[in-house]
Ligand binder design. Sequence first.
Ligand SMILES: Cc1cc2nc3c(=O)[nH]c(=O)nc-3n(C[C@H](O)[C@H](O)[C@H](O)COP(=O)(O)O)c2cc1C
Length: 161
Amino acid sequence: MRIADEMAAGGVDVDVINAASSDATGELCIDNYEQLVFGASMHAGGIEKEMAAYINRHQGKIETKTRSFFLVLLSAATTDPILRRKWLADAREKVAGQLRVSFNNVEMIAGALMYSKYSLPKKWLMKNIAEKAGEDTDITRDYEYTDWDQVRRYARKLMRN
Ligand SMILES: Cc1cc2nc3c(=O)[nH]c(=O)nc-3n(C[C@H](O)[C@H](O)[C@H](O)COP(=O)(O)O)c2cc1C
């Protein structure tokens, strides 16, 4: 994972845990960490339920820590600035509605349109959304919109926390 790699290269001891793995989260001891960074992607208006469940279950401990949250979503790649602002504000609100823990800043990172990985109905749904957002609509290939400089800047910011 790029953020962890960047931080590790800067000398930070980083563990990457998959919130969807109950074995991994079961063994996780929040007290052992100075800082917690949560990352999730937006799917149909919500983040992965395993991530939301983990954060909400450990609200008390998480709130004692320096913490950050990044959200990967297509809306961040929207070319129309007014639509982008509105969609990112909507996403921020949806995340806040799903999580009991508050985060000062949610870093919004543009994700990917992986048409090749979607079922046919999902391909058409995503093509529709992409069309509205001014993104790419050729369903015979994949697109990656991530601004890796932003990711690098975000990792460096975390290292200053
Ligand atoms: C079924 C589905 C629903 C999605 N819903 C949204 C959405 O509501 N808002 C958004 O900005 N991006 C949405 N996306 C785009 C994803 O957030 C983006 O493709 C992200 O990079 C996917 O990350 P993943 O590899 O973890 O699935 C959706 C993608 C899929 C496949």
